[in-house]
Design a protein around this ligand. Structure first.
Ligand SMILES: [Zn+2]
Length: 209
């Protein structure tokens, strides 16, 4: 029989698969992989509050980025402004429908769902309440969705293609473009900030299942 009581303090490096036995680092301390220097665990004081605050800001920006005008194009005195949702409706036809649904999922729906799940999991910790039902499953889904949340890749892709059409038409960025730009920064900060090992640890000590 394997002694499972001692498996709780095992941690695997996400980069090089090295296996370590760790104890909860003190506040302000960071556990780092000895082989590749990847951060393994970095608990922070009031981390839950800061992550939830970031997540709420992210959600608001995602909604804004969808409905506010994304860009305004002017050719020969005729101007047209469109939001991301307007653009997606315009392509909602035949084969392109699949493409539109996939794109909208990756740039809006999945980032919004992930952010919502993170709020659901972490919000109770802010007020020192037990985790909500299904918090562990919710956090697992949030982690699995991470590669499919591509709001930031979309923003970079748009910036590159807009530079290319700038010669053909007068292009002005709308508020949604800048919301995507801020969103990109927020998502990166949130991913750097959220120590998933600490979240699992906190969930394990709170929920019975
Ligand atoms: Zn490593």
């Amino acid at each position: 029989m394997v002694d499972t009581s001692r498996l709780d303090d095992l941690i695997v490096c996400t980069e090089c698969d090295a296996l370590y036995r760790v104890r909860q680092p003190e506040r302000g301390q960071v556990a780092v992989c000895a082989r590749c220097h990847t951060v393994l665990a970095a608990p922070r004081a009031k981390a839950a509050l800061q992550i939830v605050a970031l997540a709420v800001a992210t959600l608001i920006l995602i909604v804004g980025a969808a409905v506010f005008p994304f860009l305004r194009i002017e050719v020969g005195g005729v101007a047209n402004a469109a939001s991301v949702l307007d653009i997606s409706y315009a392509f909602f036809d035949g084969f392109l429908t699949v493409l539109v649904i996939a794109t909208m999922s990756m740039i809006l729906a999945i980032p919004a769902l992930r952010t919502g799940l993170i709020i659901y999991v972490l919000a109770p910790f802010i007020v020192d309440k037990p985790a909500l039902p299904g918090a562990r499953a919710a956090f697992r889904v949030a982690q699995q969705l991470r590669p499919w949340a591509m709001a930031e890749i979309f923003a970079i892709g748009c910036a590159v293609s807009l530079v290319k059409i700038a010669d053909l038409a007068q292009v002005t960025f709308g508020p949604a473009f800048w919301m995507f730009a801020v969103l990109t920064v927020l998502i990166v900060i949130q991913q750097k900030f959220m120590c998933s090992w600490s979240v699992w640890n906190a969930l394990a000590s709170q929920t019975p299942s």
